[in-house]
Design a protein around this ligand. Sequence first.
Ligand code: GDP
Ligand code: IMO
Ligand code: MG
Length: 449
Amino acid sequence: MAPQSGTPNTAIVGLQWGDEGKGKFVDVLAAEHDVVVRFNGGANAGHTIVVEGEKLALHLMPSAVLNPDCELVIANGTVIDPAILVEEIDLVESRGLSLQGRFHISSRAHVVLPWHSLLDGAAEARLSDRGEAIGTTKRGIGPAYADKIGRSMAVRMGDLVDEAYLRSHLDKIAPLRQEEMKIAGNDTHIDTDALLSDLLAHGQRLQPYITDTTWLLHDRVNDNRSLLFEGANACLLDVDHGTYPYVTSSNASALGISPGTGLPAKSLGRVVGVVKAYSTRVGGGPFPTELDNDIGDRIRDRGREYGTTTGRPRRCGWIDLVALRYAAMVCGADSLAITLLDVLSGFDELKLCTGYQTASGQTIDRFPPDARALEGCTPIYESHPGWSEEIDTCRSISDLPSACQSYLESLQRHIGIPIQFVSVGPDRRQTIRWTEPASCSRESCCFRG
Ligand code: GDP
Ligand code: IMO
Ligand code: MG
C-alpha cells in the first residue's frame, strides 16, 4: 500500500534490552512507508519476520525485504561485516526477491574486519576470567566502533571499491593489528593478501548498492517519501544511555537516528517503542526483575526465548515499568507496540515492577542506568491477575480476556504512553491495531478520534 501524502516518518525502537519484536513491526509498518533505514549496530542484531508461517531472520538487511515496493537503506551509523551481508543478499535473492535499484548501502558505514571479531572474543575471555564478561555477540561490534572513533585504523564501505587505497591501508594496519592480537593472547595469523582479495571480492559484489545515503535520504525527504527507521539492539543497550558498561557500542535508542543517517532531528517523525509484555536480556549486566526460577523458565519456553543471533538462552523476568518509563522518555516514544502478549497466557498471577528499593533502603521510581547503581536495586511489584485463555487468534482488543485488557491498561497507565499495537504471535497477521479510545489521558493520545 502506498503511503498517504503527509504520512509521518516513523521510528521503531526497542525500549528494553533487545529482541522486543522490532523486526516484526518493521515488516508490518513497511507497507505504509516508502523507505526503511537501518541506522545503528551491525550483525549483533537478529530480527525475525514471520509471514504465513514462513520465517526469515535478518542481521543486517532492513526487515522490509518482503515488501517489494520498499527501498532499503543501511545508513552510515552501522558497522557491516561484508561476508555476512553478502550471505544475506544471497538468502534474500534465493527467495526470488529483487534488490536491484531498491537497496542502498552507505559508503561511510564502517567495515567489520576479521580482527574485530577476534579481538572481541579475546576481550570477552579476559573479562570472563574476572567474572565481568559483557556477553557480547562476538560479532566484532565494539572493536569496529572503537576503530571508527579512533579513525586511523578504520575501513569504510566505500574503501572496498578503491583497490589502490585499500591495499596500501591494509599494508599499514594489518601488522599493527597482528601485534595487538598477540598481546591480547590470540595467535591467529592474518594473511593480508588473502584479506585484501576477500574484501575486494565483497566490494565488487556490493558495488551496485554502495552510495552516499545521506544525499539519497535527503532527496527522498524532499520528494515527500515517508521513511521508517529500524532500530537495532535497544534503548537500554545504548552506549550513552543504557546500563553501561553492559551495553552495545552504538546509540541504539532513537537518539542514534540523526547521526546514523545524516538527517536532522526535525525530520524524524513519530517514535513507536516496542516492548515485550515481560522482560528479557541476553548477556551480562543488571536485570532487577530477572526470574531465575520456574516462572522464568516457563516464560523462556513459551516465548522460545533463545537468541536469534547466538542461540543463547535469554534471561527472562517480569516487566519493568521503571526501566520502561526511562526508555520511553529517552527515545521520545509517542506510542507503544506491546509484543509477545500471548506468552503470558496461563499464569495465575503476573507482576509489574513499579519502583525499586535501593541498597540503602530508599524507594525510587527514576531508573538509574549505570550498572553499579542498578545492581543494588530490588524491584517493588504490583500484582495483577493472569488469564488462562490462549490469545494468539485474537484480532481485536475486545477479543482479549478482560484480565489481559486490564494488564494492557496498567502498562499504558504506568508508562504514560498509549499502546498503539498489540502482538499476539510472531506472524504478521497476529497484530492488533488498538484504535479504540483508551484510558490514556494525554491530549495527543492516538486512540482519540
Ligand atoms: P527483534 O530483535 O526485536 O527484531 O526481535 P527478535 O526477532 O530477535 O526476537 C523476537 C522473537 O519473538 C522472534 O522469534 C519473533 O518471531 C517472535 N515474536 C515477535 N512477536 C511475537 C509475539 O507477539 N508472540 C510470539 N509468541 N512471538 C513473537
Ligand atoms: P536485536 O536488534 C539482544 C547485547 C549482547 C551483549 C551486549 C553487547 O536483535 O534486538 P555486542 O555484540 O553488541 O557488543 O554485545 O548487547 N545485544 C543484544 N541483545 N538483542 C540484540 O539486538 C542485541 N545486540 C546486542 O547480548 O549483552
Ligand atoms: Mg533480535
